[in-house]
Design a protein around this ligand. Structure first.
Ligand code: AMP
Ligand code: MG
Length: 337
């Protein structure tokens, strides 16, 4: 939680600095965006984890080779952000590269869990638009079980559907879940003046929220290219979803919205293997809150296969909605499944 909170602070400061400027945005060789924020958050979280758990490896999205290829002034901006958050570290470019490089679990064969799983900024496109993104951290046990999920959601409102008049300062929630111990929501940024970290809401595996189908709300990716429109449209039609009620946001904040009950259903169908860091933390948050997560055939998600889940679909439903999950699976055309 401390690592995610510090990472979230670094990210939110970087987001404020980069909105409306292209200055701190670079492009990875696969042409996806990456920002000063992604590298700075990965370096900070990597450092904090290495202090407490020096022997546990890290499976993280960003790559030290990409960091080394950045222009010198961008590298220095990243080092500056790391040192602002962790002044005792007195990091230089080489140290930051080393910390980022610790996230290489799964790039060589023979890497086996336990490991931490990190997406330093999930939803980078939302981050650049000034919208939703999340700092996502999880843990994979030696036996291949995902056992911890922590989502830092700096721009998440207290509800996605009734926030009229809500103050900016009310935004920002942290979701933390442990295998067998449920999911809790806390304030992400704590008041410096007190050490209190109250649980704002708690869910367990037996949480329930039975809703009639007409009251179900759905979420999907903001970016159309991240999800196959064909299946989404088919399912929205089958559930008679009012287009205006679909929550279209970036990142695993969608998983947090399912766990909290802002929405009841989120599915993602892609043409590419989904990365482990894009699912594992949110998976634990939803399942520990009593929700369900499968692929489009109804099979469990493979979270211990390395850097991807070796699968192209994720379907999630909230607490007490197993019947809705089953209906979704039954609606997937046989040739798709
Ligand atoms: P979302 O914000 O839910 O649309 O998901 C954003 C995540 O989708 C990013 O963090 C990326 O890791 C992932 N993503 C988007 N396009 C691709 C792709 N072509 N291959 C692998 N992952 C992708
Ligand atoms: Mg991501």
């Amino acid at each position: 939680m401390r690592a995610v909170r510090i990472g979230s602070l670094v990210a939110s400061q970087a987001q404020r600095a980069c909105i409306d400027t292209a200055a701190n945005k670079a492009t990875k060789p696969d042409s996806s965006p990456v920002t000063v924020g992604d590298f700075a958050v990965q370096a900070c979280v990597s450092h904090i984890l290495s202090q407490s758990y020096p022997h546990i490896k890290l499976l993280a999205e960003e790559d030290d080779e990409n960091f080394r290829r950045l222009p010198a002034d961008t590298q220095l901006e990243i080092v500056h952000r790391v040192n602002e958050a962790l002044p005792e570290l007195k990091a230089d470019v080489a140290k930051v590269a080393e910390l980022i490089g610790r996230g290489s679990f799964g790039k060589t064969t023979g890497d086996v869990p336990p490991c931490f799983v990190l997406d330093p900024i999930d939803g980078t496109k939302g981050f650049l638009r000034g919208e939703q993104y999340a700092v996502c951290l999880g843990f994979l046990e030696e036996n291949g079980t995902a056992s911890i999920g922590v989502l830092g959601c700096p721009n998440m409102p207290s509800s996605f559907f009734s926030t009229e008049g809500e103050k900016e300062s009310a935004k920002g929630f942290l979701f933390e879940a442990r295998l067998g111990a449920g999911t809790r929501m806390r304030k992400l940024f704590l008041d410096d003046a007190s050490d209190a970290d109250p649980i704002l809401h708690e869910w367990t595996k037996s949480s329930s929220s039975i809703l009639p189908p007409s009251q179900l709300r759905f979420a999907e990716s903001f970016e159309k290219s991240h999800t196959a429109g064909r299946l989404n449209e088919l399912l929205f039609k089958a559930f008679d979803v009012d287009e205006r009620t679909i929550l279209r946001i970036d990142s695993q904040v969608k998983f947090a919205a399912v766990a909290r009950g802002d929405v009841q259903v989120y599915f993602r169908f892609t043409g590419f293997d989904i990365c482990t860091w894009d699912v594992l933390p949110g998976y634990v948050v939803i399942t520990e809150a009593g929700g369900r997560v499968t692929d489009k055939r109804g099979r469990p998600i493979t979270l211990n296969a390395g850097r991807t889940i070796r699968g192209t679909s994720v379907i999630t439903t909230g607490p007490g909605l197993a019947h809705v999950h089953d209906r979704i699976l039954s609606l997937i055309p046989k040739d798709e499944a």
